[in-house]
Design a protein around this ligand. Sequence first.
Ligand code: KIV
Length: 282
Amino acid sequence: MSSHTAPEKQITAPDILAAKGERKLCMVTAYDYPTALLADKSGMDMILVGDSLAMVVLGHEDTLSVSMDEMVHHTRAAARGTSRALLVADMPFLSYQADVAEAVRNAGRFLSEGRARAVKLEGGRDYAPHVAAMVRSGIPVMGHIGLTPQYVATLGGFKAQGKSAQAARAMVEDAKALEDAGAFSIVLESMPEETAALITEAVSVPTIGIGAGNVTDGQVLVMHDLLGLFDRFVPRFVKQYAQLGSVVIESLERYRAEVADGAFPGPEHTLHLSPEERDKLA
Ligand code: KIV
């Protein structure tokens, strides 16, 4: 009899699609091996290697400066820590906007080099041809509409979107275009709950909300926000489930103090020569 236990079934893009109306979906970002391992162990449905890594890991001001190579590098690390959740990689700024062929090639890199199993891109109906070409090439795609941080310059800042009836209707059309192009789910970022409800009812693919109220088919948060590891800018829609930043600072301060006063390393952390070897030194 084998002592091996069967590996847990991997969640696929079709599983996410089928979950609409059945259960709420949960996604969190992770950008490396240890954080992906923790997210996977926690039972997340999806792990997103978000381009938010530009801000919360690389220290940039916005998400515009992260490159394809950097995103692939982080995706490969996160993939090593992910066995059950669906790993989704975020297409960075200018990796898909210029033309469809380049978009497919870059999306493909996330699957072949990064070992992600889906990609996400920001934008509505204008990017339906890009999404359709990726899906035809065997690449599952998650859409992202509402506040799309890669368009911060044209939006005039990180501002909530879909705040008028007209804007809400336009967003429904964007969501439908992404659905028709074959997207398996759509992130709705920073918009009134009524707008998110309208979109969620209008499409048959799951909507994943962030700052879009409690009416979407699932939720996503940035790990560093929810764990209290990034406080340069905390949006109103973030719930901090822990304050790990202060735990880390306090631990580092204790370590530094114990080095200064000689309390660390203690006998339990110290290796000794055997008595025979010590005698040979005498
Ligand atoms: O980059 C990111 O983390 C995201 C999520 C906020 C959806 O796009």
